[in-house]
Design a protein around this ligand. Structure first.
Ligand SMILES: [Fe+2]
Length: 193
C-alpha cells in the first residue's frame, strides 16, 4: 500500500479522461456487477495514462526488491472501473498474472471497500464460533478502505472483491472510480516468463 506523489494532480488528470472513455466505449463484462462500467483492458497502451503507469512501475519495483524477484516486471493489462451507486465487484482472482492491484481515483463516502479472503483452505473449512474482537492474525477476511491516491498491490492468486457502492450522493458525485492492473514477469531476453 502506498500513496502516489501528488494524488490531487494525478486524479484531476485521470478523472475526466476515464469519464469521457466511459461515455465512448461499452462496458466489458468481467467481475463488475450491479451496473458498473469496466473499460477495455488496454489502458496501459494509451499515452494519456503514462503518469499513472510510471507510479505503478515505481511501486512494483519496490515489491520486486522486497520479494527478491528479478529481473523485471511487465504490465500485462490495465483497466478503469466506475462503480455507480449499487455497483460492486464479485469475488475473484486474476489468473495468469504475478501481482495485481488497484489505484483509487475517486472515492465518495460509503462507496465500498476492497476485501481479501484468507487463501488457505484449512481455516476456511474449520470456522469455530469465536469472540468478535479477534486479533489480526485470526481474521479470515480483511477489508481495506479505499483512499483516493492510494495504490494497493497483492499477489494475483489472492481472492478479493469490492463491496457495494452505498453512496447517497446524486449523479457523478456518487461514482467510485478506480484503476485495476495485472503485472507479469519479464525474463532477461525481455519476454514473458
Ligand atoms: Fe480484482
Amino acid at each position: 500500500m502506498k500513496m502516489v506523489k501528488d494524488p490531487k494532480k494525478l486524479n484531476k488528470h485521470l478523472y475526466p479522461l476515464i469519464k469521457a472513455w466511459s461515455k465512448k466505449d461499452k462496458s466489458v463484462e468481467k467481475t463488475n456487477a450491479g451496473g458498473g462500467w469496466h473499460s477495455p483492458t488496454d489502458m496501459n497502451f494509451k499515452d494519456e495514462y503514462k503518469p499513472l503507469v510510471d507510479e505503478l512501475f515505481a511501486m512494483q519495483g519496490e515489491v520486486y526488491k522486497d520479494y527478491g524477484m528479478e529481473p523485471k516486471p511487465g504490465l500485462g493489462n490495465m483497466w478503469a472501473n466506475i462503480n455507480y451507486p449499487g455497483a460492486y465487484n464479485k469475488q475473484h482472482m486474476h489468473p495468469n498474472s504475478m501481482w495485481s492491484g488497484v489505484y483509487y481515483v475517486k472515492v465518495p463516502k460509503n462507496s465500498g471497500s476492497l476485501f481479501v479472503e484468507d487463501p488457505r483452505p484449512g481455516p476456511n473449512i474449520l470456522l469455530p464460533r469465536r469472540l468478535n474482537d479477534l486479533p489480526r492474525a485470526l481474521w479470515r477476511v480483511v477489508v481495506y478502505p479505499a483512499i483516493e491516491g492510494q495504490m494497493i498491490m497483492f499477489p494475483s492468486w489472492l481472492s478479493h472483491g469490492v463491496e457495494i457502492n452505498e453512496s447517497k450522493e446524486k449523479g457523478e458525485k456518487g461514482w467510485r472510480v478506480s484503476v485495476s492492473f495485472n503485472f507479469i514477469q519479464i525474463n532477461k531476453e525481455g519476454n514473458v516468463g
